[in-house]
Ligand binder design. Structure first.
Ligand code: ZN
Length: 265
């Protein structure tokens, strides 16, 4: 079961509408996959807000339907107030809450971590995200070679103004993906060559800093970058204004560092 399958079934899981075997395999995926756990957590948090709003004052049915459709694009379901599914639903939510407590997403861990561990997260989480994406064989969210088309696709989906995609030697822009990790929405600009893949993550920093010191710091011509190689993928991360850029690629480390140097500082 890959991440895409899990995302498709998350709603059914949270609604308590999964058969036992499916629920078990979804939960075992959530145990190992931080990204899907983050998605589940976001849905639960959203629904909690909806429930609190419902309890605070009566909500017009049309508004409630609109709120529901924001987290439920895939299939129509019964009203959130349907009594029949309440018990199953509560049990399913409790199960996922327990999972999140036992295996908290990095966003929750981060609150308790010191700055060095936060930097470790910037260095390693994008690598794990790209590895998961490659293994899942999911398609891109948007396929385009046009920088302006890519920026307008991301506009309104992320909390920052999507920067232009710089032209890169020997690489072509192939599209983008909307990612969720470190408890925030992240734009991934995707580039390809005949043999290699590059994912440029654009991360709103919210005070989260790329490394300024430590063994992996690399002084480049115009910036300081944090370079990490894990499992055949290299991440070169640097800050620019309120954004952290993380360039992750399956190219050799020296080539990835050189390529990152081609991006505007
Ligand atoms: Zn997953």
């Amino acid at each position: 079961m890959n991440c895409s399958d899990v995302r498709n079934e998350l709603r059914a899981l949270l609604d308590g509408e999964c058969a036992e075997a499916l629920r078990a395999s979804l939960q075992s995926h959530l145990r190992i996959c931080e990204t899907c756990r983050g998605e589940a957590e976001a849905i639960i948090a959203f629904e909690r807000r909806v429930r609190e709003a419902v309890q605070a004052e009566p909500v017009p049915p049309a508004l409630l339907a609109r709120l529901r459709s924001r987290v439920n694009h895939r299939r129509p379901r019964h009203s959130i107030l349907a009594i029949g599914s309440r018990i199953a639903r509560t049990l399913a939510l409790l199960g996922v809450f327990a999972l999140i407590l036992l295996f908290p997403p990095a966003s929750i861990i981060r609150l308790r971590q010191d700055p060095a561990e936060s930097r470790l997260e910037v260095a390693e989480t994008p690598i794990n995200e790209l590895r998961t994406f490659i293994d899942s064989r999911r398609p891109l969210d948007v396929a385009t070679s046009d920088s302006d088309a890519l920026r307008s696709w991301f506009a309104g989906k992320v909390m920052f103004s999507p920067p232009p995609s710089p032209p890169l030697p020997d690489l072509r822009l192939i599209g983008g993906r909307l990612c969720f990790f470190m408890n925030r929405r992240i734009a991934a600009y995707m580039y390809g060559s005949d043999t290699h893949l590059v994912s440029l993550y654009i991360i709103p920093s919210l005070g989260q800093k790329a490394a300024r010191d430590g063994a992996n710091r690399r002084q480049m011509a115009d910036r300081v970058a944090d370079v990490r190689t894990l499992d055949g993928l290299t991440n070169v991360a640097w800050e620019r204004g309120d954004l952290v850029y993380a360039l992750v690629s399956d190219m050799p480390e020296a080539v990835a560092v050189q390529l990152a140097g081609e991006f505007p500082p």
